[in-house]
Design a protein. Structure first.
Length: 317
């Protein structure tokens, strides 16, 4: 968008409505918009808390937006943030490609953009990102199965939100690990749980019902909430002692479930490190002209043996 007359003349009422519909403004420096895919799940809630803390440390004015898992709302929010004078946009995109048009508008305005947790594709120029290596994280889950069940295993994979790069990458990594291990490792079912606990619980229940008498050895889930949903399903069907459950995203409720022995392992993807790094990068760009480079955070598996290495371990002491 080369000219923005329409946006420039938005009424004061719209500006007021925008501010009221989003989180409070913090600090007193540059305005930085942070658009979250949703603020209804623990991963992004914690990331939001960390963003607020980092904003105070950096002395920036944080404009927090909750897209409520809607690409259209996220696009509108980001467009409105430019009207509010945002000097940079940090986002956890709802969809890999749906946000490309609004991101192109931001890029046309010469406003820096960085994606967190997920990538954005299809834009006029590449958008840098800070994210965990989700393919590697998926491989870690698959390799755990191979290492701990060397004779072979039947595996169920519950994938995340359709259209998100995290879901695609984690599934890719699981497939890579199991395929490399040979034919004794079988993916007997793969279905999306839509990154939702109740949905994942229902999906797992249906899979277990269909495989009555021959339950899988392992259930792999690509988000923390879905992992907890799988725990509920397995417990409800009396199979807790027969099925191992591993997943992704080490937040407190999940860590408590590991401590209790309900979840065997969870991949830590360091959400605090991700969002804090992204904010530092855009601030350095604004203040010093430093080019924003993508950063990949290396994930690792958390089990009962190394529980204290989880980023949010202090919350369960």
């Amino acid at each position: 968008m080369k000219t923005n007359n329409k946006r420039r003349v938005l009424t004061a009422a719209l500006a007021t409505a925008f501010l009221m519909s989003n989180a409070p403004v913090f600090a007193a420096g540059e305005k930085i918009a942070v658009s979250f895919q949703t603020l209804s799940i623990p991963f992004f809630i914690f990331m939001h808390e960390q963003a607020v803390q980092e904003a105070k440390a950096l002395d920036i004015n944080l404009l927090v937006q909750d897209a409520q898992a809607s690409s259209s709302k996220q696009s509108s929010d980001i467009e409105n943030s430019l009207t509010q004078g945002a000097k940079a946009v940090v986002l956890t995109p709802n969809d890999v490609s749906a946000l490309a048009p609004v991101i192109n508008d931001v890029l046309d305005e010469k406003v820096p953009v960085i994606a967190v947790d997920r990538r954005v594709e299809g834009t006029s120029s590449a958008v840098p990102f800070v994210t965990a290596d989700n393919v590697a994280g998926g491989r870690i889950m698959g390799e755990w199965v191979v290492k701990n069940m060397p004779k072979g295993a039947n595996v169920v994979l519950i994938t995340g939100q359709i259209g998100s790069t995290t879901a695609m990458d984690r599934a890719k990594g699981v497939h890579q690990a199991l395929t490399a291990a040979g034919s004794n490792f079988k993916l007997v079912a793969e279905q999306s749980g839509e990154a939702d606990r109740a949905k994942a619980m229902s999906v797992v229940e249906n899979i277990l019902t269909a495989s009555a008498g021959t339950p899988p050895d392992v259930i792999i889930c690509s988000t923390g909430d879905m992992t907890l949903g799988a725990v509920e399903a397995v417990r409800g069907m009396g199979l807790s002692n027969k099925i191992k459950i591993i997943g992704y995203d080490a937040y407190p409720e999940v860590l408590k479930s590991i401590k209790a022995g309900e979840i065997t392992g969870i991949v830590e993807q360091s959400p605090s490190k991700q969002i804090r790094t992204a904010l530092r990068l855009v601030v350095d760009n604004i203040r010093n002209g430093t080019k924003i480079e993508s950063v990949t955070v290396q994930p690792f598996m958390v089990t009962q043996q190394n529980l204290d290495q989880a980023e949010q371990f202090s919350a369960i002491k």
